[in-house]
Write a protein that binds this ligand. Sequence first.
Ligand SMILES: O=C(O)C1=N[C@H](C(=O)O)C[C@H](O)C1
Length: 288
Amino acid sequence: MTLRGVYVPLITPFAEDGEIAVEALEGLAHAVLDEGAAGLVALGTTAEVAMLAEEERRAVVEVCAKVCRERGVTLVVGAGGSDTRSSVEALRGLKDRADAALVTVPSFVRPSEAGVLAHFTVLAEQSPVPLIVYNIPYRTGQSVGAATLRRLGELPMVTGVKHAVGGVDQDTVTLLADLPEDFAVLAGDDPFFSALLALGAPGGILASAHLHTGRFVELVEAWHSGDVAHARALGHRLSAMSASMFAEPNPTVIKGVLHARGLIPTASVRLPLVPAGQASIEAAARLL
Ligand SMILES: O=C(O)C1=N[C@H](C(=O)O)C[C@H](O)C1
């Protein structure tokens, strides 16, 4: 599969009674696709997946799958956990329900890079759908260097990496300079999206692209068509906007802004997240 463009990891909107606001979720899904998103990610970190019950996860995937089918776009679903056996089970459940799975490097266990490679080798052998490795050391506690990422990218069922290392480090530059065939490095840290596009990334999975999705799509086109002056200026603006969205734990600020704009019924998040302060929401809204 070819991954290119902007993929939006949807938030999970909640109604006043605390249940999932299904209509609002469907509305958001259509809205970002109307603005040119290449696909949706269901059950990303942004979806507060850790705080959703199993039947709620199923409901979210159903809504996103329906919209993606109707619109003919890619659906990526977050799956997998900290151990290999249960991750295989979760991936098997995605057969005919997703185009690809977003699978986090096992968190908390800190298995070593050799363990990460062995984990994904098993998943790649057993998964019914292509895998996108989610490399986010500041959440997992496990870093994965360019050499291991390259070896992961050589596994036939591994189609890409969502690269979120909190900056543009040496491993990022080394990896993007020498990629395995058919392996996409997608930006996963919104403020560094423009920088990764400049280094050759084909797109990103970006929570802040809930807002101004079309401008993020425009940024991809600008870098890919070589309109460097426009890409640079737009990239700087979007980077500042994205950084403001992460002033408090994701997705609290995004939910605050979406609620203020009347796009979701509440800004509620589930514990242990607490709603963003008004100052963060207003600061982000000012940059939109
Ligand atoms: O859910 C996601 O996918 C994303 N999560 C990141 C995070 O919360 O750390 C942010 C990124 O924009 C997408």
